[in-house]
Design a protein. Structure first.
Length: 293
């Protein structure tokens, strides 16, 4: 290894780090299912929720313990097909690695009891699940299931899949409430809400901001924005209200994860630039998203 380079600086090293991260994430997913979820009899969202619901039905009404992997792996095949065809081969295979490993580990791990307080289970179980999901996303993969569908609809169709996923989760929770009592279903809503808020706060790839820059060096800054975001910038001619000097306002919508880097580069080009970042709720039209590999 030349020049004392670190493992993470090489291509092979980055692959090793990625799969270590995905393996840890799979372990956390499995731990969460066999500790918080199992103890609280909660119903997680998505395909995992369907699997847990079927397991609980088999356990309570038929006295049969159905292996988690026997249900979860087959129902993930359709999302995996969508991922392979429309999202990206490596991203999908790496995500399926998490799906397969977490499924197997869920069947192998023993039941773990940390607390019997259902509210604590809902809150901290949601946080633990969020940690695993965030680890997957930072490693360039996902936890599988509805993540594939959400990414496909967001990046390829320009449709926010949240409403459809929420409707599906409500159906699962309604069935669970009818069969096992609505107290567990309501605690499951808290669990799912914690996951949504935590991931939405910590992971910014799919969030967007409107960037307004008042500058005297529009061309240089436009080049930086275009290079970073892969889409164009709108230039608006303006006049300083006090000085009367000619100004240019640059308007662009950027990924929230790109904002800090852009602000730093813009300040290097024009230290006097005035910047305003506004939270963007919805974008219609062409918006470049970095593709999955």
């Amino acid at each position: 290894m030349k020049g004392g380079s670190k493992i993470g600086d090489t291509k092979a090293g980055k692959i090793v780090i990625k799969f270590v991260a995905l393996t840890v994430a799979a372990c956390i997913f499995a731990f969460n299912l066999k500790s918080f979820i199992r103890t609280g009899n909660l119903i997680p969202g998505g395909f995992s929720g369907i699997t847990v619901l079927v397991q609980q039905i088999g356990r309570q009404f038929f006295n049969v313990e159905i292996p988690y992997s026997l249900i979860y792996l087959p129902i993930n095949l359709i999302p995996v097909y969508i991922g392979l065809k429309y999202i990206g081969k490596f991203f999908t295979l790496e995500s399926f690695y998490v799906v397969a490993l977490s499924s197997i580990l869920t069947d192998l791990f023993p039941d773990i009891y940390i607390t019997y307080d259902t509210l604590l289970i809902a809150v901290f179980g949601g946080l633990v699940n969020s940690a695993a999901g965030l680890l997957c996303l930072l490693a360039g993969a996902s936890g599988g299931g509805t993540d594939f569908i959400s990414i496909y609809m967001s990046e390829k169709k320009g449709v926010d899949a949240w409403g459809y996923i929420l409707a599906g989760n409500l159906i699962i929770l309604t069935v669970a409430g009818i069969l096992f009592g609505f107290d567990r279903a309501l605690y499951s809503i808290i669990y799912q809400y914690v996951i949504t808020v935590a991931l939405g706060t910590l992971y910014k790839r799919y969030q967007r901001d409107t960037l307004l820059v008042v500058t005297e060096k529009p061309r240089e800054i436009t080049e930086i924005i275009s290079k970073t975001t892969q889409h164009d910038t709108t230039l608006l001619t303006a006049e300083g209200g006090y000085t009367g000097d000619s100004k240019t306002i640059l308007y662009s919508v950027v990924g929230r994860d790109q904002v800090d880097g852009l602000i730093k580069e813009i300040k290097e080009i024009d230290p006097k630039a005035f910047m305003n970042v506004i939270k963007t709720e919805q974008v219609n039209g062409r918006f470049y998203m970095r593709p999955k590999k």
